[in-house]
Ligand binder design. Structure first.
Ligand code: NDP
Length: 281
């Protein structure tokens, strides 16, 4: 796969690769999604992160199919919705995803939430269903989202496949250090959701100061920080100017000191803005 705009391709533990930067489409209106994704592909994005829960897989598939790009040039992720944590349901829901996207395969399929509060340890059986989808080739890579260390340890003890990625909340004020370190130690790539803290971190004094010093925007500084730490990101924007801005990260670098100043914004659990994985789903 070739990627545009100098976006690095990162290796996954199953031998495949993923563009380090993409577009997230959570909260992109279903009626707008095909237009936004088409614009993003035109600008140079080659990676889109959607989910059954977002209700906009159809628009993603439509834009990719209409783009004229070979299917193999665009990396598309979707995620299993929370109501489908039984192997048969997971299988059926996955087939619906393929039909809705109009694809023969997805590049990456994730368990969206471990859903422990509601479904106990059912995520282990759900993962075994994903392993089968991986074996039959229709999910080229498989992974998880919102898994804590204990959930990952359980998968390692009871199943045969290490997730290729774990997609977790991660941004300067919530660095999610323990889960990220576990991934690094076990060959699981970390994907950051809400990499801009939904825009909340962009007015932070340190971020604004670094942006002025570098002649970049606050969003570019924060996204570059993720990139330099090896994290996969897919900021959401429905605005063509911001889509361009968020992709223009590969012609500057942060110094060690600048990275350290952003690292210092981590407030641990107090910095979390989304749901806690132990209780949500
Ligand atoms: P982000 O951190 O990506 O922030 C998105 C917000 O920031 C939007 O309001 C957007 O507005 C604004 N924004 C984007 N770029 C800029 C910019 N350059 N300057 C100023 N504002 C900007 O939040 P998300 O929660 O959307 O996270 C990104 C993706 O992560 C999601 O789309 C989804 O794919 C994934 N995700 C996964 C979850 C999971 O449980 N696995 C949970 C949450 C998200 P505008 O559109 O107007 O530009």
């Amino acid at each position: 796969m070739e990627t545009a705009a100098n976006v690095p391709l990162l290796g996954l533990n199953d031998g495949r690769t993923i563009p380090q930067l993409g577009l997230g489409v959570f909260k992109v209106d279903a009626r707008e999604t095909a237009r936004v994704v088409a614009q993003a592909l035109e600008i140079g994005y080659r990676h889109v992160d959607t989910a059954q829960m977002y209700g906009n897989e159809a628009g993603v598939g439509e834009a990719v199919r209409a783009s004229g790009l070979p299917r193999g040039d665009v990396f598309v992720t979707s995620k299993l919705n929370n109501g489908h944590h039984r192997p048969d349901d997971a299988w059926r829901a996955f087939e619906e995803t393929l039909a809705t996207l109009g694809f023969e395969y997805v590049d990456l399929f994730l368990i969206h939430w471990p859903r422990v509060a509601q479904a106990g340890d059912r995520y282990v059986d759900t993962w075994k269903a994903l392993e089968e989808l991986h074996r039959d080739g229709r999910a080229r890579s498989i992974g998880v989202s919102n898994f804590q260390v204990a959930h990952l340890e359980r998968l390692a003890a009871e199943t045969g496949t290490v997730p290729a990625v774990n997609q977790i909340e991660l941004h300067p004020t919530f660095a999610n250090a323990e889960v990220r370190a576990h991934g690094e130690a076990h060959g699981i790539r970390t994907e950051a959701w809400s990499p801009l803290a939904k825009g909340e971190v962009l007015a932070d004094e340190t971020v604004v100061e670094l942006a002025e010093a570098q002649g970049r925007t606050p969003a570019q500084i924060v996204l570059r920080w993720h990139i330099e730490r090896g994290t996969i990101v897919f900021p959401k924007s429905a605005n063509p100017d911001r889509l361009r801005e968020n992709l223009a990260l590969f012609d500057f670098e942060l110094s060690e000191g600048e990275v350290a100043r952003i690292d210092a914004l981590d407030r641990g659990e107090d910095g979390r803005i989304g749901a806690h994985p132990e209780s949500f789903g």
